[in-house]
Design a protein around this ligand. Structure first.
Ligand code: GLY
Ligand code: MN
Ligand code: MN
Length: 464
């Protein structure tokens, strides 16, 4: 059936005369820049570190293929995070590539297998819409990639034979290997920190676009889409993509934690919660949230909720430093959240009672966590063991979010009318330094006053 459908669609002529005609008279391809990429030396160190942990083993790390959206239509390609981390190849990765680290010998050998450019004398380049260069663009040759990445390359066609000869090997489906690569990524190297600064910086520009889109968004049906796409334009023009689906949640939609439908109206007088991050070509992503009044001015009730969340965030910032446990950041924020919801009359126990692990009444108003690691994946290092994640000790070079929130649903009968339908989250990206943390997203306003004046500046066109 599938092949019949394919042939139904195919319009490529098959005559011998056509095949001869299309395979001749092509100029040589100009060679691309083959200087070694900056990431190459960092990726080499990461591979060496991994090989040391798996002495005597063969590691097969797949980039993965394209994912089908429907029928013969594919999603935008993104190589597997572990593959990218260990090769540095990023968005240029040829789908289905495989990194092999052979740690069985005295010193490990590393080989990158991929499907190199096919000659114009094959019919692949014009007749194969999935990988043909007429269809999807030029593929590099083995020598180009070898010098860009500083990594030995071989034709993917040779991989099967190698694996047959080798026999047993580990892949990312083996928990030990995926756990090891996830754990290595907790502490970012210099290259990664520079990329994260850039991802955050482009994301901050995207939030400027978001604010400037608000007047137009409030005049159109489904204004949340106007806001979402304002950010997306920045992500695609200055980065590769979004790091995750943007949340553009106006009014009570902000209480739906993963509101990515973004089909609501944007109304003056409401807040809009925007959670968005640009993923760069290097595939590092930011993850930032700001909650902004649609008309530029917080109401008293909105300000009260906003400032409670800000105080929780500040409490988390205040304790974050090397040597503490990751989970303590969340605990610091929860102390403030419990106290605030008690002050607002929303829990039937004292803050101390609520903070008892067996009780936790305050979590009705903030069910998510306060922090997660961030990097190549928005929820980075996710395969690492719990004792190294939640119970892990902060070290310089770690990057994570601080993102408390309060969400008062419009149908929550415990909440007074004036607070119903208000949802606030403030999310920043922080880097652990030798003495504390640096807020990488500090250039984005966080206080009520700073957000109100930022709004005015953006709409007067005085900042970009
Ligand atoms: N944007 C997803 C998160 O904040 O974790
Ligand atoms: Mn987050
Ligand atoms: Mn987020």
């Amino acid at each position: 059936m599938a092949s019949k459908q394919k042939s139904n669609r195919s319009r490529t002529p098959q005559s011998a005369e056509f095949l001869k005609f299309i395979s001749e008279n092509w100029a040589d391809q100009p060679s691309t820049d083959i200087a070694q990429w900056e990431v190459a030396s960092y990726a080499a160190k990461r591979r060496a570190k991994l090989a040391k942990q798996f002495k005597g083993k063969v590691l097969v790390i797949e980039a993965g293929g394209t994912k089908t959206r429907s029928n013969d239509t594919e999603y935008r390609y993104r190589p597997h995070t572990a593959f990218h981390y260990l090769t540095g190849w990023g968005t240029a990765t040829v789908p289905d590539s495989v990194l092999v680290i052979d740690a069985t010998g005295k010193s490990a050998t590393e080989t990158l297998y991929f499907r190199p450019t096919a000659g114009r004398d094959s019919d692949e380049f014009f007749a194969n819409p999935m990988i043909g260069e007429f269809w999807v663009g030029r593929r590099p040759n083995l020598a180009e990639v070898e010098s860009q990445l500083g990594l030995k390359t071989k034709d993917l066609a040779k991989l099967e034979k190698f694996l047959k000869k080798t026999g047993k090997h580990l892949t990312l489906a083996d928990q030990k290997l995926s756990e090891a690569v996830s754990t290595m990524r907790f502490v970012k190297d210099e290259y990664e920190i520079a990329q994260m600064r850039k991802a955050v910086s482009v994301t901050i520009s995207g939030f400027g676009d978001v604010v400037r889109s608000l007047p137009a968004a409030s005049r159109k049906p489904r204004g949340e889409r106007v806001v979402e796409t304002a950010f997306f334009a920045r992500a695609r023009t200055e980065g590769y993509d979004l790091g995750y689906e943007t949340i553009a949640a106006s009014g009570p939609n902000a209480c739906t934690l993963h509101w990515t439908r973004n089909d609501g109206d944007v109304r003056a007088g409401d807040l809009i919660l925007v959670d968005a991050g640009v993923e760069l070509d290097s595939l590092y992503t930011a993850d930032v949230t700001r909650t902004i009044p649609v008309n530029g001015k917080f109401t008293e009730a909105q300000r009260k909720v906003y400032e409670a969340v800000l105080e929780a965030a500040d409490a988390a910032f205040a304790i974050a430093k090397p040597g503490i446990k990751f989970r303590e950041i969340h605990n610091a924020a929860m102390q403030v959240i419990a106290r605030k919801v008690h002050e607002f009359g929303l829990i039937p126990v004292t803050p101390e009672e609520a903070l008892d692990p067996e009780r936790q009444h305050h979590r009705r108003y903030m069910v998510h966590g306060t922090s997660h690691h961030l990097g190549l994946d928005v929820h980075d290092c996710a395969q690492a063991r719990r004792e190294l994640y939640q119970d892990g000790i902060l070290e310089p070079g770690m990057i994570f979010t601080i993102e408390p929130g309060l969400y008062f649903h419009k149908d929550d009968l415990l909440v007074p009318q004036e607070l119903r339908g208000i949802g606030v989250r403030i999310e920043d990206d922080v880097l652990v330094t030798e003495t504390g943390v640096e807020n990488l997203s500090a250039a984005l306003p966080r206080t009520v006053a700073a957000i109100e004046s930022w709004y005015q500046e953006q709409l007067l066109g005085s900042a970009g």
